[in-house]
Design a protein around this ligand. Structure first.
Ligand code: GTP
Ligand code: MG
Length: 173
């Protein structure tokens, strides 16, 4: 069992390519209301969780709600791929604006496995190239998360580590 220490009040960014198990991990380890998912926000603003053209509006809304939660002292988990530095920078900025520590939990699952899962999913219809691009983005930046401002970075490699991980809350004061 791996215990992932995270500050009791933090902004937790899940990081992983599509199919790596972010939403599954979030469901298992956090309360539903603590989790802000980019899919849910796309659905809210565009009636379609897969509508990528709605991403700007979806993330603006997600950041807004995350800010309100952090202002109220509520742990907030962001369920989005977060494989690109600019996406993570938006989250670091929201956390900093509220004096909250940003934390990253990386789900590092082989692209092959994620692709196999994706093909079995009725709710995902994208090209393999999308996954390859996400993998490349993640590989390029996985080592720079601490430099980007994430105060804690947990990297879970493979299904066993992900399944056995539990969250341990640290109270800082
Ligand atoms: P996106 O929302 O597309 O970015 O994917 P995601 O990272 O949220 O993945 P999700 O949690 O939706 O999982 C994708 C698929 O993999 C689902 O069909 C899950 O049931 C399956 N899955 C997730 N985690 C695990 C796991 O630990 N083991 C196995 N065997 N399957 C898993
Ligand atoms: Mg998901």
């Amino acid at each position: 069992m791996t215990e992932l220490a995270i500050p009791a009040l933090s902004l937790v960014a899940l990081v992983g390519i599509s199919g790596s198990g972010k939403s599954t991990f979030a469901r298992k380890n956090f309360a539903a209301t603590q989790v802000l998912s980019s899919d849910a926000f796309r659905a809210m603003v565009a009636d379609d969780e897969n509508d990528q053209s709605a991403s700007t509006a979806a993330f603006e809304s997600l950041h807004f709600v995350a800010g309100k939660r952090l202002a109220a002292g509520r742990l907030t988990v962001v369920d989005a791929t977060n494989v690109q530095e600019h996406a993570r920078a938006g989250l670091v900025a929201v956390a900093r604006a509220h004096d909250v520590l940003p934390t990253a939990i990386v789900l590092d699952v082989p692209e092959e496995e994620c692709w196999a899962r994706t093909q079995a999913r009725p709710d995902r219809h994208f090209d393999r190239r999308v996954l390859t691009r996400q993998s490349r983005d993640l590989r390029r930046t996985i080592k720079s998360l601490a430099r980007e401002g994430f105060r804690k970075v947990h990297v879970l490699r493979g299904v066993d580590e992900i399944e056995s991980a539990t969250i341990a809350y640290e109270r800082l004061f």
